[in-house]
Design a protein around this ligand. Structure first.
Ligand SMILES: Cc1cc2nc3c(=O)[nH]c(=O)nc-3n(C[C@H](O)[C@H](O)[C@H](O)COP(=O)(O)OP(=O)(O)OC[C@H]3O[C@@H](n4cnc5c(N)ncnc54)[C@H](O)[C@@H]3O)c2cc1C
Ligand code: SF4
Length: 673
């Protein structure tokens, strides 16, 4: 049974290829899950969009607008892993309405639109431990004409329009877990290699137990067969990562780099509330060699969004992004803002792309394309990506519509949709100009001069050169060979230095209600995952994970192997004793993970994960003989706490954590982030 989508509109009936009778009998309950033989329902759509964020929803709306304009029908489905549109969205947010003006020119007259708080002031401040000093503001940070809002609420509004005014089919609670590939190579990648094309997406199974046996609630994931698949998963998307690797989309681009953004929403004492006020902060508490800064946005209804972004290329494994953020609130400026009758309402975290133009990969692959932050269009100088995510969604939609309803007969004979026109449209668009102007600012912070070098260069570039220089900086300093050219692993992780090169950081104790322990904050996210489900954080290198998927897919392209890859449990379950070799192999991988991450990097993930998912704990009793620990320590993954920020996948020094989608509908339940 499908979980009900939010739409009340009449829809085309699903075309079930095989409908499986799910029985809750005792024999069925303990049955093992075998991804190859499981039968799943299949549905055919024109465009399947993975991700109901600004990019995915803008693409969906634009497609339906074209349907009206051209009088040619198009069926558009949006899959969203959150339980509702917006429930997994984290942003600042001050947004530029540029793309919205193009998509919905009459938005101002629309009912309940959430752009009700224009930014009225915009300043940069430099913090020392005690002082808050005025600081020059690059012109890109000017916020005239921009709006302060909750992006979670904005996407919920956009989702309603997509669904109720345009007839887009939105399926919240459906996580895209695997790309559906053609059975044999039938197309060429952007480099001319013969490859299998993307023909849609398989959603995650629901109702599997942790050991991959079937629970009474079991429902196989669905195969959404699509002429075009658009990946709008946001930063470091799990399917996007696979597509980038499979089609070598990063072959000519630089590696993507990331920051982690931590955010809280406070209802502040009316005395401190200044609606429309925007402040950005540099300096304390971050050391000069750590890229990052804070924000303070006064939203509607007495709410203030505060946050801190930290570049994930930080070197010191003792650094805790969460503790840095809590410490920021101890600064006299924030202490005053959050004093009196102020109350914290929300906590959230999410990685964001920092690589800019030089890290944008090839955008199209046979049968689909990357849109929004799946590709990475954040303008870091502005700290804004929403306008670019929306516009790239719209450009990809135009290309997808033309591929599905071509005007010439030659194109209509092509079996696989070719979205190369989207790539061209991007290069000719204002998104390209927006990113080109600021392309050198982030890498200018990567020299030995750290913060000061970056500030000096960025100041000159933005004020006098306007980005019109003949050079483009790389994300690795000149002369330094890129440590990591494999697109499935992260450049940020390779910047981490051994713990022995650093001193532990002595963070101040928490001072509730101003600053609190991590679990108190996580409880504000509303995060919930069915506890008895396969662990979605796999201890496996992404390259191996993708290779396993590929090998297994050769058996049956319709099998959802994403669930099993990287976890011997599913193999054991399906094949019994025959898989004991794989279990032994997995134990070795976990033991090696603990040796390097705990032994060399002081258990970095235990500090870096903003939801306390990872722990390196003492083994008890006979556990030490299990073979999965190292020197009496083992890795524990509290996956039910995961808030889907993707930091672990980016930052783990061994690059052996692969974030995969859990059961759809779980995870955080953000409402105003
Ligand atoms: C801390 C922070 C502060 C920011 N501040 C600003 C700001 O002030 N202004 C601004 O303009 N931009 C800001 N940004 C950037 C902005 O939020 C992004 O550029 C924008 O959200 C990108 O939109 P998107 O649709 O590409 O991705 P997202 O907004 O990330 O949306 C992706 C959606 O896809 C879903 N999804 C992912 N994978 C799957 C899957 N496999 N199956 C089903 N669903 C899936 C997710 O749940 C999510 O709903 C900020 C970002 C962060 C993290
Ligand atoms: S487990 Fe990974 S994705 Fe989940 S909250 Fe922790 S760091 Fe983020």
């Amino acid at each position: 049974m499908l979980r009900p989508p939010i739409s009340k509109l009449p829809r085309k009936p699903l075309r079930w290829r095989q409908i499986r009778q799910i029985q809750s009998s005792a024999t069925r309950l303990a049955e093992a899950y075998d991804p190859v033989t499981i039968e799943r329902a299949e549905d055919e759509v024109d465009v399947c969009i993975v991700g109901g964020g600004p990019a995915g929803l803008s693409a969906a709306i634009r497609l339906k607008q074209l349907e009206r304009e051209k009088g040619k029908e198009i069926r558009v489905v949006v899959l969203e892993k959150g339980s509702e549109i917006g429930s997994h969205i984290v942003s600042g947010a001050v947004i530029e309405p540029r793309a919205l003006n193009e998509l919905l020119p009459k938005w101002q007259s629309m009912e309940d639109h959430p752009l009700t708080r224009p930014a009225t002031s915009s300043h940069m401040r430099f913090l020392t431990q005690k002082l808050c000093l005025p600081f020059p503001h690059p012109p890109q940070m000017n916020n005239d004409g921009n709006y302060i809002l909750s992006l979670s609420q904005f996407t919920r509004w956009l989702g309603n329009i997509a669904e109720n005014e345009y007839g887009v089919e939105i399926y919240p609670g459906f996580a895209g877990s695997q790309l559906l590939l053609s059975p044999t190579p039938d197309a060429h990648d952007p480099w001319g290699n013969k490859v299998r094309s993307v023909q849609g997406v398989i959603t995650n199974e629901v109702g599997l137990a942790r050991n991959f046996t079937l629970k009474s609630s079991f429902e196989p994931g669905m195969a959404f067969r699509a002429k075009v698949t658009l990946l709008g998963e946001g930063a470091h998307g799990s399917l996007s990562k696979q597509a980038i690797s499979m089609y070598q989309l990063r072959k000519e681009a630089q590696p993507q780099t990331y920051g982690i953004g931590l955010k809280e929403v406070w209802r502040v004492d009316p005395e401190h509330y200044e609606p429309g006020k925007v402040n950005h902060f540099l300096g304390w508490p971050l050391p000069y060699d750590v890229y990052g800064g804070g924000w303070e946005y006064h939203m509607d209804e007495g709410l203030v969004s505060i946050g801190l972004v930290i570049g994930l290329d930080y070197k010191n494994p003792y650094l805790s992004p969460y503790r840095e953020f809590q410490r920021l609130k101890h600064h006299p400026y924030f202490r005053k803002l959050l004093s009196g009758k102020s109350e914290r309402l929300s906590y959230a975290a999410r990685v964001l792309n920092e690589g800019g133009l030089q890290s944008v990969p090839r955008l199209h692959f046979p049968g689909g394309a990357l849109i929004g932050c799946s590709a990475g269009f954040v303008n870091l100088a502005k700290i804004k990506g929403t306008h670019n995510a929306m516009k790239t969604g719209m450009l990809a939609a135009e290309s997808a519509f033309a591929a599905i309803h071509p005007s010439d007969t030659a194109s209509s004979e092509l079996s696989t949709a070719d979205l190369s026109s989207y790539e061209t449209a991007f290069k000719n668009s204002w998104v390209y100009e927006d990113l080109h102007e600021v392309r050198n600012m982030r890498p200018s912070f990567n020299t030995k001069l750290g913060l000061w070098g970056g500030i000096a260069y960025s100041g000159i570039d933005s004020l006098f050169l306007g980005g019109q220089t003949p050079w483009t900086f790389r994300h690795t300093p000149a002369g330094v060979k890129e440590k990591n050219q494999d697109s499935t692993s992260s450049l940020d992780a390779s910047h981490t230095e051994p713990a022995s090169w650093h001193q532990p950081i002595d963070y101040p104790p928490f001072q509730p209600p101003l600053s609190t322990d991590l679990m108190t904050s996580v409880s504000l996210t509303g995060t919930n995952h069915a506890e008895d489900q396969p662990v979605h954080l796999r201890v496996v290198k992404t390259r191996k994970y993708v290779q396993e998927l590929d090998r297994a897919r050769a058996g049956d392209e319709n099998a959802n192997l994403a669930l099993g890859a990287g976890s011997s449990a599913v193999e054991t379950c399906a094949k019994g004793e025959a898989a004991s070799g794989e279990v032994e192999e997995e134990k070795k991988v976990r033991s090696e993970h603990v040796r390097v991450n705990d032994g060399m990097y002081a258990g970095l993930l235990g500090r870096a994960c903003p939801a306390g998912v990872y722990e390196y704990v003492e083994q008890e009793g006979k556990e030490a003989e299990s073979g999965e620990g190292w020197q009496g320590k083992k890795l524990v993954i509290n996956s039910q706490n995961c808030i889907h920020c993707k930091l672990c996948d980016v930052k783990v020094p061994t690059q052996d954590i692969t974030w995969t989608v859990p059961e759809g509908g779980g995870g955080p339940k953000y409402t105003n982030t």
